[in-house]
Design a protein around this ligand. Structure first.
Ligand code: SAH
Ligand code: SF4
Ligand code: F3S
Length: 472
């Protein structure tokens, strides 16, 4: 094995190089960052090329079959590259596929040196020592302690590289057991982090230049973290507290479940200017029968009622959602109910998927699986309607004025790309603009992937100086 970098006595020579690839959701991305932060302490620096790395971590996703299979094709590529270059790269598989099929991965892919589940990332340094000794460890335990306690916070350099927006995990796992979903098995039962730790992490990120925080959790609005004085806080209380942190100008949260959209969370959208007027609220289907079979624990009416209440407190709110077509037994008429729901709501964005039977989930055993070609046809219709709805929303933004948080240089000289309150990419001309600053922009054009706008000569409110000057 390559053994440059810090040796067992702590001496340093050339740094080891680390390549981490995320295949999953925002929490998967957050975890990748935490792994990179933990390994930075071990002398690893990140590289953007797998071929250049001493350690490759594939952070996998098990949510649908296609996502899970990706890891095996990636491992095949790595095996070939290793054989061609002769480079002794350690290969680790992390994430939800690791959790679900740890031993199977080791059997199917001899190129893999270690498997680590999402609850064990703090043990990575020890696992690497074992892997270097050729022991091929598999760690998919669910430890009782809080893994976050053992993972280091990001360094200033890491945060700067990641830009002025950051994810922050506040809750992990799920107890809802929707009949199609693997998350309760791969991430375990619902666990909220204590408020003080979340606040400390948010303050540190704000000090490092982060302006926008997205609180993440598989069931983020079920958050019930231990607060000061031993009382449990809900998500609305947490958002109010985080909004007080100087430098945190924007807050978002994802992913919410309709069942947990409490009155005070809805009210927070009225009361907190920092809370962006955009809500991702998965509904999956517009049919009550399908929702029941999915064990979603709510019907179509509850979802529509939430939409109405959100719009009452925050008329400029935009909504996005997740949909599954072809859940076992879904009839044409039930699919039409989903089409009807989207026409009624007018979503500004959405993710939609064909149902994918997942091993170990109740729906995979249902006898009335929907034919592939039926699912394909339904998905096409659904996606065409959702795309039209998104384009209509984007066009309705032309002429409106938004504060845009500048995130990265654009493709053309002098161009900068930022985000609107609705998560749209906005391209503006501002040579020399500072990444991490806000500008006030009137939207002039809505393209298929981004908006274009003109910066107004009025400064947008920024509470603290931006992250770094941009060479334009
Ligand atoms: N916790 C969130 C979503 C988690 S997974 C929620 O409760 O909604 C993200 C999305 O993947 C889901 O909203 C669902 O639309 C989709 N998904 C999950 N399992 C799936 C499966 N077996 N087949 C197809 N799509 C699935
Ligand atoms: Fe999966 Fe349902 Fe839990 Fe969401 S609420 S993570 S879809 S089981
Ligand atoms: Fe995928 Fe695991 Fe996230 S299954 S969606 S990476 S929680």
């Amino acid at each position: 094995m390559s053994d440059c970098g810090a040796d067992r006595t702590g001496k340093m020579d050339a740094p080891r190089k680390l390549y981490v690839k995320s295949f999953g959701c925002q929490m998967n991305v957050y975890d990748s960052h935490r792994m990179a932060d933990a390994l930075a302490k071990e002398g690893y620096v990140e590289t953007s090329e797998a071929s250049d790395a001493d350690l490759v971590i594939l952070n996998t996703c098990h949510i649908r079959e296609k996502a899970a299979e990706k890891v095996y094709s990636e491992l095949g590529r790595l095996r070939k590259a290793k054989a061609e270059t002769g480079r002794e790269t350690l290969v680790a598989v992390a994430g939800c596929v690791a959790q679900a099929e740890g031993a199977e991965i080791m059997r199917r892919a001899p190129v893999v040196d270690l498997v680590v589940g999402p609850q064990s990332y703090h043990r990575l340094p020890d696992l690497l020592t074992e892997a270097r000794a050729g022991r091929r460890p598999v760690d998919t335990e669910f430890p009782a302690d809080d893994k976050f306690d053992h993972l280091p916070a990001p360094s200033l350099a890491a945060t700067r590289k990641r830009g002025p927006t950051a994810f922050l995990t506040v809750q992990e796992g799920c107890d809802k057991f929707c009949t199609f979903c693997v998350v309760p098995y791969t991430r375990g039962s619902e666990l909220s982090r204590p408020v003080a730790k979340i606040v400390a992490e948010a303050e540190r990120l704000a000090d490092q230049g982060v302006r926008e925080l997205t609180l993440i959790g598989q069931n983020v609005n079920a958050f019930h973290g231990l607060g000061p004085q031993g009382r449990s806080w809900n998500l609305a209380e947490l958002l109010h507290r985080l909004a007080q942190i100087p430098g945190i100008d924007r807050l978002r949260y994802t992913t919410s479940h309709p069942r947990d959209m409490g009155e005070d969370l809805i009210a927070a959208h009225r009361d907190l200017p920092e809370l962006m007027p955009y809500l991702h609220l998965p509904v999956q289907s517009g049919s009550d029968r399908v929702l029941k079979a999915m064990n979603r624990r709510h019907g179509r009416d509850l979802f529509l009622d939430i939409v109405e209440r959100m719009r009452a407190v925050r008329p400029d709110i935009a909504l996005s959602s997740d949909f599954i077509v072809g859940f076992p037994g879904e009839t044409e008429a039930e699919f039409e109910e989903t089409m009807d729901l989207i026409a009624h709501v007018g979503f500004a964005g959405a993710y939609s998927f064909k149902y994918s039977p997942r091993p170990g989930t109740p729906a995979a055993d249902l006898s009335d699986q929907v034919a592939e070609e039926v699912m394909t046809a339904r998905l096409h219709r659904l996606q065409a309607a959702l795309e039209a709805s998104k384009r209509a929303f984007d066009r309705s933004c032309v002429g409106r004025t938004f504060d845009v948080l500048l995130e990265k240089p654009g493709r053309m000289p002098g161009q900068v790309i930022g985000r609107s309150p609705y998560l749209q990419s906005v391209v503006v001309d501002r040579p020399g603009a500072a990444i991490g600053s806000f500008v006030r922009v009137t939207i002039t054009e809505a393209g298929p992937n981004s908006l274009a706008g003109r910066i107004l000569p009025i400064p947008a409110p920024t509470s603290v100086p931006p992250l770094a000057a941009l060479e334009a």
